[in-house]
Design a protein around this ligand. Structure first.
Ligand code: PLP
Length: 361
Protein backbone atom coordinates (compact mmCIF):
# COMPACT_ATOMS: atom_id res chain seq x y z
CA UNK A 1 0.00 0.00 0.00
CA UNK A 2 2.80 2.41 0.88
CA UNK A 3 4.10 1.97 -2.67
CA UNK A 4 0.88 3.36 -4.16
CA UNK A 5 0.22 7.06 -4.78
CA UNK A 6 -2.68 8.84 -3.05
CA UNK A 7 -5.99 8.20 -4.85
CA UNK A 8 -6.25 11.42 -6.90
CA UNK A 9 -10.04 11.80 -6.98
CA UNK A 10 -10.17 12.11 -3.16
CA UNK A 11 -8.40 15.47 -3.46
CA UNK A 12 -11.30 16.97 -5.46
CA UNK A 13 -13.70 17.03 -2.47
CA UNK A 14 -13.45 20.80 -1.90
CA UNK A 15 -14.08 21.67 -5.54
CA UNK A 16 -16.93 19.13 -5.68
CA UNK A 17 -18.63 20.76 -2.71
CA UNK A 18 -18.34 24.20 -4.30
CA UNK A 19 -19.75 22.94 -7.63
CA UNK A 20 -22.66 21.19 -5.86
CA UNK A 21 -23.65 24.50 -4.25
CA UNK A 22 -24.48 26.02 -7.65
CA UNK A 23 -28.21 26.86 -7.80
CA UNK A 24 -28.51 25.07 -11.16
CA UNK A 25 -26.90 21.92 -9.76
CA UNK A 26 -23.53 20.40 -10.48
CA UNK A 27 -22.40 19.49 -14.00
CA UNK A 28 -19.93 16.69 -13.41
CA UNK A 29 -17.43 16.52 -16.27
CA UNK A 30 -14.69 15.01 -14.13
CA UNK A 31 -14.86 11.19 -14.29
CA UNK A 32 -15.52 9.76 -17.77
CA UNK A 33 -18.45 7.61 -16.72
CA UNK A 34 -21.12 6.76 -19.32
CA UNK A 35 -24.62 8.18 -18.71
CA UNK A 36 -26.61 6.93 -21.71
CA UNK A 37 -28.79 3.81 -21.73
CA UNK A 38 -27.32 0.36 -22.15
CA UNK A 39 -28.63 -0.72 -25.60
CA UNK A 40 -31.61 -3.11 -25.41
CA UNK A 41 -29.74 -5.73 -27.45
CA UNK A 42 -27.10 -5.91 -24.72
CA UNK A 43 -29.57 -6.02 -21.83
CA UNK A 44 -31.52 -8.80 -23.56
CA UNK A 45 -28.34 -10.80 -24.10
CA UNK A 46 -27.42 -10.46 -20.42
CA UNK A 47 -30.86 -11.63 -19.30
CA UNK A 48 -30.96 -14.52 -21.78
CA UNK A 49 -28.31 -16.47 -19.83
CA UNK A 50 -29.20 -15.45 -16.29
CA UNK A 51 -30.22 -19.07 -15.58
CA UNK A 52 -26.85 -20.71 -16.22
CA UNK A 53 -25.77 -22.29 -12.92
CA UNK A 54 -22.34 -23.59 -13.92
CA UNK A 55 -18.95 -21.87 -13.97
CA UNK A 56 -18.04 -19.84 -17.03
CA UNK A 57 -14.82 -20.64 -18.89
CA UNK A 58 -11.79 -18.43 -18.27
CA UNK A 59 -11.06 -18.20 -21.99
CA UNK A 60 -14.63 -17.05 -22.73
CA UNK A 61 -17.15 -18.62 -25.09
CA UNK A 62 -15.99 -19.32 -28.66
CA UNK A 63 -18.76 -16.95 -29.81
CA UNK A 64 -17.33 -14.12 -27.69
CA UNK A 65 -13.81 -14.62 -28.99
CA UNK A 66 -15.08 -14.79 -32.58
CA UNK A 67 -17.10 -11.59 -32.01
CA UNK A 68 -13.98 -9.83 -30.69
CA UNK A 69 -11.91 -10.90 -33.71
CA UNK A 70 -14.69 -9.87 -36.13
CA UNK A 71 -15.15 -6.47 -34.49
CA UNK A 72 -11.41 -5.74 -34.56
CA UNK A 73 -11.32 -6.60 -38.26
CA UNK A 74 -14.57 -4.84 -39.21
CA UNK A 75 -14.20 -1.70 -37.10
CA UNK A 76 -10.43 -1.30 -37.04
CA UNK A 77 -8.93 -3.25 -39.95
CA UNK A 78 -7.04 -5.58 -37.61
CA UNK A 79 -6.87 -8.69 -39.83
CA UNK A 80 -5.41 -12.07 -39.11
CA UNK A 81 -6.10 -12.41 -35.40
CA UNK A 82 -6.64 -15.92 -34.05
CA UNK A 83 -9.74 -16.23 -31.78
CA UNK A 84 -7.57 -18.22 -29.36
CA UNK A 85 -5.44 -15.08 -28.96
CA UNK A 86 -8.34 -13.24 -27.29
CA UNK A 87 -8.91 -13.32 -23.53
CA UNK A 88 -11.95 -11.67 -21.91
CA UNK A 89 -11.20 -9.59 -18.82
CA UNK A 90 -13.19 -8.18 -15.93
CA UNK A 91 -13.11 -4.56 -17.07
CA UNK A 92 -9.87 -3.19 -18.39
CA UNK A 93 -8.89 -1.19 -15.29
CA UNK A 94 -8.48 -4.50 -13.49
CA UNK A 95 -6.29 -5.85 -16.30
CA UNK A 96 -4.22 -2.66 -16.45
CA UNK A 97 -3.62 -2.90 -12.70
CA UNK A 98 -2.59 -6.57 -12.78
CA UNK A 99 -1.02 -7.12 -16.21
CA UNK A 100 2.59 -6.45 -15.15
CA UNK A 101 2.14 -8.95 -12.30
CA UNK A 102 0.41 -11.51 -14.55
CA UNK A 103 3.32 -11.25 -17.01
CA UNK A 104 5.83 -11.78 -14.22
CA UNK A 105 7.28 -8.27 -14.06
CA UNK A 106 8.87 -7.39 -10.73
CA UNK A 107 11.75 -5.72 -8.98
CA UNK A 108 14.40 -4.44 -11.36
CA UNK A 109 11.96 -4.23 -14.26
CA UNK A 110 10.98 -0.94 -15.88
CA UNK A 111 7.47 -0.22 -17.15
CA UNK A 112 7.23 2.71 -19.55
CA UNK A 113 4.05 4.78 -19.49
CA UNK A 114 3.08 7.97 -21.36
CA UNK A 115 4.10 11.35 -19.87
CA UNK A 116 0.41 12.06 -19.33
CA UNK A 117 -1.34 8.81 -18.54
CA UNK A 118 -4.28 6.99 -17.06
CA UNK A 119 -3.06 6.58 -13.44
CA UNK A 120 -3.60 2.81 -13.30
CA UNK A 121 -0.59 2.14 -15.58
CA UNK A 122 1.64 3.39 -12.78
CA UNK A 123 -0.35 1.53 -10.14
CA UNK A 124 0.00 -1.74 -12.07
CA UNK A 125 3.77 -1.39 -12.29
CA UNK A 126 4.04 -0.52 -8.59
CA UNK A 127 1.82 -3.44 -7.55
CA UNK A 128 4.24 -5.73 -9.39
CA UNK A 129 7.22 -4.12 -7.64
CA UNK A 130 8.56 -2.71 -10.92
CA UNK A 131 9.61 0.88 -11.49
CA UNK A 132 7.95 3.39 -13.77
CA UNK A 133 9.39 5.66 -16.40
CA UNK A 134 7.29 8.30 -18.13
CA UNK A 135 8.20 8.89 -21.76
CA UNK A 136 6.51 9.91 -25.00
CA UNK A 137 9.57 9.52 -27.21
CA UNK A 138 12.01 6.66 -27.71
CA UNK A 139 15.03 8.95 -27.44
CA UNK A 140 14.09 9.57 -23.80
CA UNK A 141 14.59 5.87 -23.08
CA UNK A 142 18.22 5.43 -24.13
CA UNK A 143 19.70 1.94 -24.33
CA UNK A 144 17.59 0.33 -21.59
CA UNK A 145 15.34 -2.69 -22.15
CA UNK A 146 12.01 -2.04 -20.43
CA UNK A 147 9.87 -5.04 -19.57
CA UNK A 148 6.66 -3.39 -20.74
CA UNK A 149 5.69 -0.25 -22.62
CA UNK A 150 2.17 1.16 -22.52
CA UNK A 151 0.65 3.01 -25.45
CA UNK A 152 -2.72 4.75 -25.23
CA UNK A 153 -4.07 6.19 -28.46
CA UNK A 154 -6.48 7.96 -28.34
CA UNK A 155 -5.05 9.15 -25.07
CA UNK A 156 -6.69 9.67 -21.75
CA UNK A 157 -6.38 12.52 -20.80
CA UNK A 158 -5.19 14.42 -23.89
CA UNK A 159 -7.21 12.86 -26.74
CA UNK A 160 -3.99 12.67 -28.75
CA UNK A 161 -3.91 10.13 -31.58
CA UNK A 162 -0.63 8.42 -32.54
CA UNK A 163 -0.16 7.88 -36.29
CA UNK A 164 0.78 4.59 -37.97
CA UNK A 165 4.38 5.72 -38.41
CA UNK A 166 4.79 6.53 -34.71
CA UNK A 167 3.20 3.24 -33.64
CA UNK A 168 5.38 1.25 -36.05
CA UNK A 169 8.56 2.87 -34.75
CA UNK A 170 7.64 2.02 -31.17
CA UNK A 171 6.81 -1.59 -32.11
CA UNK A 172 10.13 -2.02 -33.98
CA UNK A 173 12.08 -0.46 -31.13
CA UNK A 174 10.38 -2.71 -28.57
CA UNK A 175 10.95 -5.85 -30.67
CA UNK A 176 14.66 -5.14 -30.80
CA UNK A 177 14.74 -5.07 -27.00
CA UNK A 178 12.27 -7.83 -26.09
CA UNK A 179 9.92 -5.24 -24.60
CA UNK A 180 6.21 -6.11 -24.58
CA UNK A 181 4.09 -3.33 -26.10
CA UNK A 182 0.64 -3.05 -24.54
CA UNK A 183 -1.70 -0.74 -26.37
CA UNK A 184 -4.70 0.45 -24.35
CA UNK A 185 -7.31 0.98 -27.07
CA UNK A 186 -10.43 1.65 -25.02
CA UNK A 187 -11.17 4.87 -26.99
CA UNK A 188 -10.22 3.49 -30.42
CA UNK A 189 -13.77 3.72 -31.84
CA UNK A 190 -14.11 7.37 -30.80
CA UNK A 191 -12.10 9.23 -33.44
CA UNK A 192 -13.32 12.75 -34.34
CA UNK A 193 -10.66 14.79 -36.15
CA UNK A 194 -8.28 11.84 -36.62
CA UNK A 195 -8.71 8.12 -37.28
CA UNK A 196 -7.11 6.12 -34.46
CA UNK A 197 -5.18 3.00 -35.47
CA UNK A 198 -4.88 -0.25 -33.56
CA UNK A 199 -1.49 -1.72 -32.80
CA UNK A 200 -3.03 -4.91 -34.23
CA UNK A 201 -3.38 -3.30 -37.67
CA UNK A 202 -0.99 -4.93 -40.20
CA UNK A 203 0.31 -1.47 -41.22
CA UNK A 204 1.66 -1.18 -37.68
CA UNK A 205 2.92 -4.70 -36.95
CA UNK A 206 3.88 -5.74 -40.48
CA UNK A 207 2.32 -9.19 -40.14
CA UNK A 208 3.95 -10.16 -36.83
CA UNK A 209 2.06 -10.07 -33.54
CA UNK A 210 4.91 -11.19 -31.28
CA UNK A 211 5.34 -8.96 -28.25
CA UNK A 212 2.08 -7.08 -28.89
CA UNK A 213 -1.07 -6.87 -26.81
CA UNK A 214 -4.11 -4.64 -27.32
CA UNK A 215 -6.45 -3.94 -24.41
CA UNK A 216 -10.09 -3.25 -25.25
CA UNK A 217 -13.02 -2.15 -23.13
CA UNK A 218 -16.76 -2.11 -23.73
CA UNK A 219 -17.29 0.56 -21.06
CA UNK A 220 -17.14 3.60 -23.31
CA UNK A 221 -18.28 2.25 -26.67
CA UNK A 222 -21.26 0.22 -25.43
CA UNK A 223 -22.12 2.01 -22.14
CA UNK A 224 -21.14 -1.15 -20.26
CA UNK A 225 -18.91 0.37 -17.56
CA UNK A 226 -21.05 -1.21 -14.83
CA UNK A 227 -20.80 -4.65 -16.47
CA UNK A 228 -16.96 -4.63 -16.17
CA UNK A 229 -16.30 -5.96 -19.64
CA UNK A 230 -13.09 -5.93 -21.64
CA UNK A 231 -10.65 -8.17 -23.43
CA UNK A 232 -6.99 -8.43 -24.32
CA UNK A 233 -5.82 -9.72 -27.70
CA UNK A 234 -2.66 -10.02 -29.76
CA UNK A 235 0.42 -12.22 -29.48
CA UNK A 236 -0.88 -15.82 -29.17
CA UNK A 237 2.01 -16.81 -26.87
CA UNK A 238 1.47 -13.91 -24.49
CA UNK A 239 -2.29 -14.52 -24.39
CA UNK A 240 -1.64 -18.22 -23.72
CA UNK A 241 0.59 -17.24 -20.78
CA UNK A 242 -2.05 -14.91 -19.39
CA UNK A 243 -4.70 -17.59 -19.78
CA UNK A 244 -2.52 -20.15 -17.99
CA UNK A 245 -2.14 -17.85 -14.96
CA UNK A 246 -5.80 -16.85 -15.00
CA UNK A 247 -6.92 -20.50 -15.03
CA UNK A 248 -5.26 -20.74 -11.63
CA UNK A 249 -6.06 -17.25 -10.37
CA UNK A 250 -9.63 -16.80 -11.62
CA UNK A 251 -10.82 -13.27 -12.43
CA UNK A 252 -13.26 -15.02 -14.81
CA UNK A 253 -15.74 -12.84 -16.69
CA UNK A 254 -19.27 -13.81 -15.56
CA UNK A 255 -21.22 -15.80 -18.17
CA UNK A 256 -24.05 -13.22 -18.55
CA UNK A 257 -21.45 -10.51 -19.16
CA UNK A 258 -19.76 -12.71 -21.77
CA UNK A 259 -23.08 -12.98 -23.60
CA UNK A 260 -23.68 -9.23 -23.38
CA UNK A 261 -20.17 -8.55 -24.72
CA UNK A 262 -20.73 -10.90 -27.66
CA UNK A 263 -23.81 -8.96 -28.73
CA UNK A 264 -22.23 -5.56 -28.06
CA UNK A 265 -19.23 -6.38 -30.24
CA UNK A 266 -21.57 -7.13 -33.14
CA UNK A 267 -23.87 -4.13 -32.70
CA UNK A 268 -22.35 -1.46 -34.93
CA UNK A 269 -25.65 0.45 -35.04
CA UNK A 270 -25.61 1.00 -31.28
CA UNK A 271 -21.99 2.13 -31.49
CA UNK A 272 -22.82 4.61 -34.28
CA UNK A 273 -25.69 6.05 -32.21
CA UNK A 274 -23.42 6.48 -29.19
CA UNK A 275 -20.73 8.12 -31.30
CA UNK A 276 -23.30 10.65 -32.54
CA UNK A 277 -24.25 11.55 -28.97
CA UNK A 278 -20.66 12.17 -28.00
CA UNK A 279 -19.87 14.08 -31.19
CA UNK A 280 -22.77 16.47 -30.51
CA UNK A 281 -21.74 17.03 -26.87
CA UNK A 282 -18.15 17.54 -27.93
CA UNK A 283 -19.17 20.27 -30.40
CA UNK A 284 -21.21 22.11 -27.73
CA UNK A 285 -18.48 21.94 -25.07
CA UNK A 286 -15.69 22.75 -27.49
CA UNK A 287 -17.40 25.91 -28.75
CA UNK A 288 -18.25 26.99 -25.20
CA UNK A 289 -14.68 26.45 -23.96
CA UNK A 290 -13.22 28.39 -26.88
CA UNK A 291 -15.73 31.20 -26.33
CA UNK A 292 -14.72 31.30 -22.65
CA UNK A 293 -11.10 31.88 -23.67
CA UNK A 294 -9.68 28.38 -23.37
CA UNK A 295 -7.24 26.76 -25.77
CA UNK A 296 -7.88 23.10 -26.56
CA UNK A 297 -4.82 20.95 -27.22
CA UNK A 298 -4.87 17.55 -28.99
CA UNK A 299 -8.39 16.19 -28.30
CA UNK A 300 -8.70 14.72 -31.81
CA UNK A 301 -10.38 11.63 -30.39
CA UNK A 302 -11.70 10.00 -27.26
CA UNK A 303 -13.98 11.24 -24.53
CA UNK A 304 -12.16 14.32 -23.27
CA UNK A 305 -11.21 17.87 -24.15
CA UNK A 306 -7.75 18.85 -22.92
CA UNK A 307 -8.16 22.54 -22.14
CA UNK A 308 -5.95 25.31 -20.78
CA UNK A 309 -5.94 29.02 -19.98
CA UNK A 310 -2.19 28.89 -19.36
CA UNK A 311 -2.61 29.03 -15.61
CA UNK A 312 -2.21 26.58 -12.76
CA UNK A 313 -4.56 23.58 -13.21
CA UNK A 314 -5.98 23.82 -9.69
CA UNK A 315 -6.92 27.47 -10.27
CA UNK A 316 -8.75 26.45 -13.46
CA UNK A 317 -10.58 23.64 -11.64
CA UNK A 318 -11.64 26.25 -9.04
CA UNK A 319 -12.86 28.61 -11.78
CA UNK A 320 -15.04 25.83 -13.20
CA UNK A 321 -16.29 24.84 -9.72
CA UNK A 322 -17.54 28.39 -9.10
CA UNK A 323 -19.73 27.86 -12.15
CA UNK A 324 -20.98 24.54 -10.83
CA UNK A 325 -18.84 22.51 -13.23
CA UNK A 326 -16.46 19.82 -12.04
CA UNK A 327 -13.44 18.97 -14.20
CA UNK A 328 -10.22 17.07 -13.51
CA UNK A 329 -6.86 18.82 -13.10
CA UNK A 330 -4.18 17.67 -15.54
CA UNK A 331 -1.91 16.89 -12.59
CA UNK A 332 -3.92 13.69 -12.00
CA UNK A 333 -2.25 12.29 -15.12
CA UNK A 334 1.35 13.33 -14.64
CA UNK A 335 3.59 16.27 -13.73
CA UNK A 336 3.34 17.65 -17.27
CA UNK A 337 -0.40 18.23 -16.79
CA UNK A 338 0.03 21.19 -14.45
CA UNK A 339 -1.53 23.78 -16.72
CA UNK A 340 -4.41 21.80 -18.25
CA UNK A 341 -7.76 20.44 -17.18
CA UNK A 342 -9.58 17.42 -18.61
CA UNK A 343 -13.20 18.01 -19.56
CA UNK A 344 -15.23 14.82 -20.07
CA UNK A 345 -17.96 14.49 -22.71
CA UNK A 346 -19.85 12.04 -20.49
CA UNK A 347 -22.84 14.02 -19.25
CA UNK A 348 -26.42 14.15 -20.49
CA UNK A 349 -27.32 16.65 -23.22
CA UNK A 350 -29.21 18.69 -20.60
CA UNK A 351 -26.15 18.94 -18.33
CA UNK A 352 -23.80 19.64 -21.24
CA UNK A 353 -26.06 22.48 -22.39
CA UNK A 354 -26.18 23.82 -18.82
CA UNK A 355 -22.36 23.82 -18.73
CA UNK A 356 -22.18 25.63 -22.08
CA UNK A 357 -24.61 28.30 -20.87
CA UNK A 358 -22.58 28.90 -17.72
CA UNK A 359 -19.31 29.03 -19.63
CA UNK A 360 -20.59 31.59 -22.10
CA UNK A 361 -22.65 33.72 -19.66
C1 PLP B 1 -7.14 4.87 -20.74
C2 PLP B 1 -8.08 4.03 -19.96
N1 PLP B 1 -7.85 2.72 -19.86
C3 PLP B 1 -8.67 1.92 -19.18
C4 PLP B 1 -9.78 2.42 -18.54
C5 PLP B 1 -10.63 1.48 -17.76
O1 PLP B 1 -11.86 1.24 -18.32
P1 PLP B 1 -12.73 0.01 -17.87
O2 PLP B 1 -12.11 -0.58 -16.67
O3 PLP B 1 -14.07 0.55 -17.60
O4 PLP B 1 -12.70 -0.95 -19.02
C6 PLP B 1 -10.06 3.77 -18.61
C7 PLP B 1 -11.24 4.32 -17.92
O5 PLP B 1 -11.50 5.47 -17.87
C8 PLP B 1 -9.19 4.61 -19.35
O6 PLP B 1 -9.40 5.92 -19.47
Amino acid sequence: MSRLPAFPWDSLAGHTERARAHPGGIVDLSVGTPVDPVPDSIRDALASVSDVPGYPTTHGTPALRAAAVDSLRRRHGADGLDPDAVLPTIGSKELVAWLPSLLGAGQGDVVVIPELAYPTYEVGALLAGASVQRADGLTQLGPQRPRLLWLNSPSNPTGRVLGVEHLRKVVDWARDRGTVVVSDECYLALGWDAEPVSVLHPDVHGGRLDGLLAVHSLSKTANMASYRAGFVAGDPDLVRRLLAVRKHAGMIVPRPVQEAMTVALGDDKALAAQRERYAARRAVLRDALLAAGFRIDYSEAGLYLWATRDEDADATVGWFAERGILVAPGTFYGPRGGRHVRVALTATDERVNAAAERLTA
